[in-house]
Design a protein around this ligand. Structure first.
Ligand code: AMP
Ligand code: MG
Length: 344
């Protein structure tokens, strides 16, 4: 007996299957990075088309990997939003058709709640027996489309504490990478460049504190990085070695600014809401610099998902679906695309 999770909110076509004890049985992700890389960002129309081509193959492959037959699927969990409308529609329609043919319930999952569940998967198993010694926990969600602080009061009770007013952290990484001429997706490339810094203190980029609220803003940092790049990289006649050093030092300063803001606001919120833990999820949570610094500097217990579960995947959606399934929650038979955040 198992739960199938389907995720198509952005540029990954993903399915995951877990059993009712939370054990991961199969996890397949078809990435569209090569489709979007030439444009330096995601093209929604291309994303929906690629989902349409990939979804059935990904589902079949996940079943094979799980070594179960479709008859053992007891419920289908699917991301209903937030995300790209065209991309969500592919996953939801596939899930609806499959749930009708298998005659099993359909569970709508909020993508952000899915990301949070990813931090509760250890050794390929969703931890299902957390109690009041774990909650409340504070979740920092950092991805290509989101930067949010969310209070998790139990497995299925969430409230939004603060979010970005403009760019998401991952988006800022991607845009800075593009202006430095480094490619897409930007996060892993900036991280790699920053590791080769020549001088940590060469540049200092601004931090947007926004009156110490729990709101974030990264557009100013992006502009400041662009101005610095124009001044230091493009107006000087640098040789190859100097160019690499300058790119690395700018990347380092960018990461430091991002970390300082994330760390400070997350710590303040965790303190104010008496949180027992800090969970950090989403694609940017794969970043080694952020991971090491949060783990070494925080006085809270900080929990990151395993790197494979940081970016979009079907297991996190199946996990959130399993919680609803086990609670026998009233199932939603009239799922609609909800590109905007409407649950938190
Ligand atoms: P998601 O939106 O959760 O699918 O995550 C994708 C985003 O995570 C993109 O904006 C990536 O640039 C970013 N990302 C992926 N790996 C890293 C990394 N190592 N450091 C920073 N950002 C990353
Ligand atoms: Mg995501």
């Amino acid at each position: 007996m198992a739960i199938l999770g389907i995720e198509t909110s952005c540029d990954e076509t993903a399915c995951g299957i877990i059993n009712l004890d939370g054990k991961v049985l199969g996890n397949v992700v078809a990435s569209q990075i090569n489709t979007h890389a030439p444009y330096g960002g995601i093209i929604p129309e291309l994303a929906s088309r690629a989902h349409l081509i990939n979804i059935y193959k990904v589902y079949k492959q996940t079943l094979q990997e799980s070594k179960i037959s479709s008859k053992e699927i007891k419920a289908i969990a699917v991301t209903y939003g937030p995300g790209l409308a065209g991309s969500l529609l592919v996953g939801i329609n596939f899930a609806k058709g499959l749930s009708m043919s298998l005659d099993v319930p359909l569970i709508g999952v909020n993508h952000l709640e899915g990301h949070i569940m990813a931090a509760l998967i250890r050794d390929n198993k969703l931890i299902l027996d957390l109690d009041n010694s774990f909650f409340p926990s504070l979740c920092l969600l950092i991805s290509g489309g989101h930067t949010e602080l969310i209070l998790m009061k139990s497995y299925d009770k969430f409230s939004l504490i603060g979010q970005t007013r403009d760019d998401a952290v991952g988006e800022a990484y991607d845009k800075v990478s593009r202006l430095l001429g480094l490619g897409y997706p930007g996060g892993p490339i900036i991280e790699k460049m920053a590791k080769n810094f020549s001088n940590k203190n060469r540049y200092v980029l601004p931090r947007a504190w926004l009156n110490d609220s729990y709101e974030f803003s990264f557009s100013g940092l992006k502009t400041a990085t662009m101005n610095l790049t124009n001044k230091e990289l493009f107006s000087n006649n640098l040789n190859k070695v100097e160019t690499q050093k300058t790119i690395s030092d700018i990347s380092y300063a960018f990461q430091e600014s991002v970390f300082d803001v994330l760390f400070s606001k997350t710590t303040n919120a965790a303190t104010e809401f008496s949180c027992k833990n800090i969970l950090i999820s989403g694609g940017v949570a794969a970043n080694g610099f952020l991971r090491e610094n949060f783990l070494s500097k925080s006085s809270f217990k900080v929990i990151f998902p395993e790197k494979q579960f940081c970016t979009d995947n079907g297991i996190m959606i199946a996990s959130r679906g399993l919680i609803d399934y086990l609670k026998n929650k009233k199932l939603d038979e009239n799922l609609e695309v909800t590109p905007q955040l409407n649950i938190l």
